[in-house]
Design a protein around this ligand. Structure first.
Ligand code: SF4
Ligand code: SF4
Length: 133
């Protein structure tokens, strides 16, 4: 058992110490640069290779062909026809994601990135399914 003088000195010491916790949500947390937050998707870079879908351990990603395909470029006479670049969407199930970053690492076009967004709590589960176009 600690002596009263020792307890008193401990109390005084801790009164002037910086708290170990923060007053979240009134105070924002300090996020480190390599923090693994919500995944973001850049459709202009995606080539639809499905490597992210295959590597994801929790089946959190779908890469469907987008409804909004860009128009084929105008054909120049005497030149071979150029196929229009296909456009892909990304459906991210944030309630399945375990933030392992395997999809980000395997993407050959850097179309997926991890943001620093960690405020993802929802009461409506449907809002955790994000459709990036
Ligand atoms: S971070 Fe991991 S769990 Fe989340 S979508 Fe990417 S591969 Fe899947
Ligand atoms: S790995 Fe990258 S390029 Fe391939 S489908 Fe996924 S997001 Fe698109």
């Amino acid at each position: 058992m600690k002596k009263p003088a020792r307890v008193f000195s401990e109390v005084i010491k801790h009164l002037f110490k910086k708290p170990a916790t923060i007053a979240y949500p009134f105070e924002k947390a300090h996020i480190f640069p390599n923090f693994r937050g919500r995944i973001d998707f850049d459709s202009s870079k995606c080539i639809g290779c499905q490597m992210c879908v295959r590597v994801c351990p929790s089946k959190a990603i779908e890469i469907p062909t987008s409804e909004h395909q860009p128009p084929a470029p105008a054909q120049v006479e005497g030149q071979p026809a150029v196929a229009a670049k296909k456009k892909f969407d990304c459906i991210m199930k944030l309630d399945h994601c375990v933030y392992c970053a395997q999809c980000v690492e395997i993407c050959p076009k850097k179309a997926l990135i991890m943001t620093q967004d960690y405020e993802l709590a929802q009461t409506d589960k449907a809002k955790l399914r994000r459709h990036y176009k």
